[in-house]
Design a protein around this ligand. Structure first.
Ligand SMILES: Cc1ncc(COP(=O)(O)O)c(C=O)c1O
Length: 405
């Protein structure tokens, strides 16, 4: 191998280590639930999973995956266009579309792939795409993959005046306009101002695309996500989403919307055309998760109640999370090393939460991201809080919040 190249790789890793940004993997020796066995650490409370409803290890979800493995084997061995389309894929897509009250859905190998596929496939030279500056990395990358004559307008986070000004500046174009936003912003836990964005999209004839990865199964009376939360179920034009969070924590994603748009994706979107279909076991497991949510919508209210309890107790302990209505509870701690040190201390005490620092979030706004799951009992939450109480000295809490503000 080229020595020059090897040295560059080594240097890159050394830089990360020096800056305290080097990531290591925790190795799990069993399923993720309220707790999980982590290699070298033993049974640990898990408060960092995206499995908001605790369905990743639900017996019905696991049984559905097992039965699908027996019936269809381990993999599809090709993309959907070749021999990778099964009745299970169709059933899941039909169920997702029905759940979101849209005409059609299409699965991808991940939501990352969906976001990489949707924008280049749907946009044409002369179009303008308006995107929130805090949108997920997969949307940012998806926009980069668009034709160079597709204009990207990045508006300030949730700043509707900025969005409106940018829309107005492109009033006369002959191409199409798209507004794209996360439904729930994954680092802040805040919600898109959907009512305002819908109004702007209608006023400016823009297509509205929402990535509801963290909203589905969490927001709205029956878990239908951000649009249900706002009572605007039929106002989002296109959704992207993941099977990797509430829908069984599985590797897979989707896009959903009008049949003509979804058919356009099937015809033109490269991650769909040139990548393997999700395994049938994943499709059936996600379908089982979706059916559980449909059957037991009270799970969503239960989760909300648990998140509210966690937030309330944290505040009572002098810890001030960023306000929000989603399942994400971010707590600012200031500098990146502070977030990493604190997360490490909590882990040693038996609580796994993740500290995010620069460059994932801006310098000085490093945070712990606490995620409650339907798998947690009140006792699990109390145990987690007791660990936070022990590992996070009282006198430090105020200081760290102030540093992050
Ligand atoms: C808003 C958002 N979109 C997309 C993704 C990617 O999802 P997946 O893991 O299915 O690729 C994530 C996951 O972190 C996310 O938070």
């Amino acid at each position: 191998m080229s020595q020059k190249f090897f040295d560059r790789c080594e240097q890159g890793l050394a830089d990360l280590m020096r800056e305290g940004r080097y990531k290591t993997l925790k190795i799990f020796e069993g399923p993720v639930g309220a707790t999980a066995p982590i290699e070298g650490l033993g049974d640990t409370l898990i408060f960092c999973a995206n499995d908001y409803l605790g369905l990743a290890n639900h017996p019905e979800v696991v049984a559905a995956a097992r039965a699908a493995l027996e019936a269809f084997g381990a993999g599809t061995a090709s993309a959907r266009f070749i021999c990778g389309s099964t009745v299970a894929h169709r059933e899941l897509e039909t169920a997702l579309a029905r759940f979101l009250k849209v005409e059609a859905a299409l699965t991808y190998s991940s939501a990352f792939a969906a976001n990489n596929g949707v924008y280049p496939a749907l946009s044409k030279p002369g179009d303008v795409i308006f995107s929130d500056e805090l949108n997920h990395a997969s949307i940012i990358d998806g926009l980069r993959l668009c034709h160079r004559e597709v204009k990207r307008e990045i508006y300030k986070h949730s700043d509707m005046a900025d969005l409106e000004a940018r829309l107005k500046a492109h009033q006369g174009i002959s191409g199409c306009r798209f507004i794209v936003s996360d439904g729930v912003f994954s680092m802040e836990g805040d919600l898109v101002k959907l009512d305002r964005i819908v109004a702007l999209a209608r006023a400016h004839d823009a297509v509205l695309i929402i990535d509801d990865a963290h909203g589905l199964g969490v927001l709205g009376e029956t878990g239908r996500g951000i649009a249900e939360h706002y009572g605007l179920m039929d106002k989002v034009d296109v959704y992207t989403g993941t099977l990797g969070k509430t829908l069984g924590g599985i590797s897979g994603g989707f896009a959903a919307g009008p049949a003509t748009v979804v058919d356009s994706l099937l015809q033109f979107s490269r991650p769909h055309i040139f990548s393997n279909a999700i395994p049938v076991s994943s499709a059936r497991a996600s379908l089982a998760a979706l059916r559980i949510i449909e059957r037991q919508p009270q799970m969503v209210g239960d989760l909300r109640e648990k998140v509210g309890y966690m937030r309330g107790r944290l505040k009572a302990m002098g810890i001030q999370p960023i306000e929000g209505e989603s399942g994400i509870i971010p707590v600012l701690v200031g500098e990146t090393h502070a977030a990493i040190d604190l997360a490490q201390r909590l882990l040693q005490e038996g609580l796994y939460v993740v500290g995010f620092g620069f460059p994932v979030v801006p310098e000085g706004t490093a945070r712990l991201r606490i995620q409650v799951s339907g798998a947690h009992t009140r006792a699990d939450i109390d145990r987690a809080l007791a660990i936070i109480e022990r590992a996070w000295p009282r006198e430090d809490r105020g200081k760290r919040v102030a540093a992050g503000e």
